[in-house]
Design a protein around this ligand. Structure first.
Ligand code: FE2
Ligand code: FE2
Length: 317
């Protein structure tokens, strides 16, 4: 954990802390020397920085997006706080906790993961239980699953977003199953847990949320399909139809070709997974608009490019 966050910095304070270097411009002074105009960020916000002379040299090997440990002082310049940097050096990504630098879930992720585990524990089909165990008994996978966002911007775009979205999908399917009791619960839970596992590799989330090269080229449906198919291949006698149904649910969960699914849902569990996935994503977008516009006194949100509409914000009747 960091001990100094951007939103707590005060004028006159000494800073010895790590931040993401979020902007860097090297400029020339009139006398020929150089100075650097900088910006540092963490999960709480960002602050300008400035560095002179020798310090500028040490910044030459540090790029935008790198984590940097700086020492300096907080000054006020043009009514804004600014860090005057005395020294700076780059820190390896492995040496920092991404939670310090990225937007966080409001939910307790350990509890969310524990709840996902209670759904997993209900599965009776031994092949599906084994498949999930191959994922969730791997510590590195669990760490990534509980850290990954569910999106870069659109919905659940924060650390832990994938786990929160996955739990919502499972909770929604639980209600749907009460209405349609003859559906295959084991299959629906397994596909619910795994439907977005590809997001672990679709996004990078160590310093800032971004889409990886694999994410850009393949997307989470293809990445997830391969990860699941590879694990199934290691389980002896995994039934062929069960494999096809589960993989179909992964590739069809976006519901339509234009939304990234190569096939539409072709049986009931696949159809239900698509609709609850879509419901949670869109409900979260609306909730986000309400949250962002709270206390702004507006009746309508700006046009939402993904929902393709404005959202009515007034909550009172
Ligand atoms: Fe998805
Ligand atoms: Fe999803």
């Amino acid at each position: 954990m960091k001990s100094q966050y951007v939103n707590e910095l005060k004028r006159g304070q000494v800073v010895k802390e790590s931040f993401v270097l979020s902007k860097k411009t090297i400029k020339e002074k009139k006398d020929g020397g150089a100075y650097a105009v900088l910006e540092f960020s963490d999960r709480s916000g960002s602050i300008e920085g400035i560095a002179w002379d020798n310090t500028v040299e040490s910044l030459s090997t540090i790029g935008v997006g790198d984590i940097v440990f700086i020492s300096g002082n907080v000054n006020e310049y043009n009514d804004r706080l600014q860090i005057v940097v005395n020294s700076a050096h780059r820190i390896a990504d492995e040496d920092v906790d991404p939670r310090d630098f990225l937007p966080q879930s409001e939910a307790d992720i350990d509890r969310v993961m524990a709840e996902i585990d209670t759904f997993r524990a209900r599965i009776k089909n031994r092949f599906l239980a084994k498949l999930l165990a191959l994922f969730f008994e791997d510590d590195a996978f669990v760490k990534n699953f509980s850290t990954a966002p569910a999106a870069k911007r659109v919905h659940h775009a924060y650390i832990g977003g994938l786990a929160v979205h996955t739990l919502h999908v499972l909770q929604l399917t639980e209600h749907v199953q009460k209405v349609y009791p003859n559906i295959n619960t084991d299959l629906l839970i397994t596909a619910g847990i795994l439907h977005d596992v590809g997001k672990i590799d679709e996004y990078s989330y160590s310093k800032k949320l971004d889409v990886t090269t694999a994410g850009r080229m393949l997307g989470h449906i293809m990445i997830g399909y391969k990860a699941i198919a590879d694990k199934i291949a290691t389980i002896p006698q995994f039934p062929e139809i069960l494999k096809l149904k589960l993989l179909h649910m992964i590739v069809s969960h976006h519901g339509e070709f234009e939304w990234g699914s190569p096939k539409p849902p072709m049986f009931l569990e696949a159809l239900i997974l698509h609709f609850v996935d879509n419901l949670d994503a869109k409900a979260e977008m609306m909730i986000d608009e309400l949250r962002k516009n709270k206390n702004h006194g507006k009746d309508w949100s700006d046009y939402h490019p993904f929902l393709e509409r404005e959202i009515f914000l007034k909550e009172e009747m």
